[in-house]
Design a binder for this molecule. Structure first.
Ligand code: HEC
Length: 258
């Protein structure tokens, strides 16, 4: 009795499985870049219809999209700079540019400190005098050893970053005369303390000795299996004389690597 009930269930299940066809999976469709005999030119992907522009692709304001005007890098923002724009620029800059250019834009970002090509210092006379369109152009198309950020940063955000770089440049030369009349100026160390930071927070930062190649025992770091010491000591430390190093037996090492 039980066996019959079971086999009936199985039969029903089978019926349903057979009923579940693969139409969705096997439907006729073109795989990208595959040819077809349907169109006379043999292409399944249709070329853009001449003299038409895709929706949202009319880049009529060429200055906004290139930073060039009349074949030259222009020196104007294509939209007004508000505090909101600067904040957005700061946020995007801190995400996309600081790894190489550092938060203050001196070109000594963490990646550069660890061996990447020296990044541009925005506080040189040449870049201080550079037109705004130059910065937009560099972000959009890259520059020498710098890759472009056109895929990561939209045009409007690129302009916001450009505005923020200008603010960074100004910040390095601000004097008491730039402060509006009557406004009170606090020393930076006072502000740091207000924020709960040690007063020396505003002093020049140095990379901690352990951040690059330092080891707990002050000996040069040795790559397991190589027997030879890797990169030297950091500037924050007096160089340790190359001590005799023994290759660790295992791949485990006490040296903190970052
Ligand atoms: C991966 C590292 C890296 C990142 C990230 C990076 N840059 Fe650069 N940048 C460089 C290097 C390296 C140079 C110097 C290139 C050269 O001179 O060959 C440079 C140069 C520049 C220059 C100077 C161009 C000139 O005329 O000398 C500007 C401006 C600039 N970068 C802006 C930016 C901005 C804005 C961002 C963020 C959107 C950014 N960079 C992100 C590495 C980087």
């Amino acid at each position: 009795m039980l066996a019959r009930a079971l086999s009936a269930t199985a039969a029903v299940a089978l019926l349903f499985t057979a009923g579940c066809r693969q139409d969705m999976h096997d439907q006729p469709k073109f795989i990208p870049q595959r040819g077809t005999t349907f169109f006379a030119d043999g292409r399944s992907v249709r070329p853009q219809v001449e003299n038409t522009v895709g929706r949202n692709q009319l880049h009529e304001d060429s200055y906004f999209y290139t930073g060039f005007s009349g074949g030259k890098e222009g020196d104007a923002m294509p939209f007004p700079v508000t505090m909101e724009v600067l904040k957005r620029g700061q946020e995007r800059y801190n995400i996309y540019c600081t790894p190489c250019h550092s938060r203050v834009g001196n070109g000594a970002g963490m990646i550069v400190q660890r061996g990447y090509a020296q990044a541009g210092n925005f506080h040189t006379a040449r870049l201080e005098a550079a037109p705004l369109g130059h910065f937009f152009n560099v972000i959009s198309n890259g520059y020498g050893a710098m890759p472009d950020y056109s895929a990561q940063v939209t045009p409007v955000d690129r302009w916001a970053i450009v505005a923020y770089i200008k603010a960074l440049q100004l910040s390095q030369h601000a004097t008491a005369a730039d402060v509006p009349v009557g406004a009170h100026v606090e020393p930076l160390s006072f502000i740091a303390e207000q924020e709960g930071l040690p007063a020396n927070f505003v002093a020049e930062w140095t990379v901690p000795a352990t951040a690059v190649t330092g080891t707990p025992d002050d000996q040069p770091f040795v790559l397991p299996g190589t027997g030879s010491a890797t990169v030297g000591t950091t500037s924050a430390k007096t160089p340790t004389p190359a001590a005799k190093v023994t290759t660790p037996a295992t791949t485990e090492t006490a040296a903190p690597r970052q």
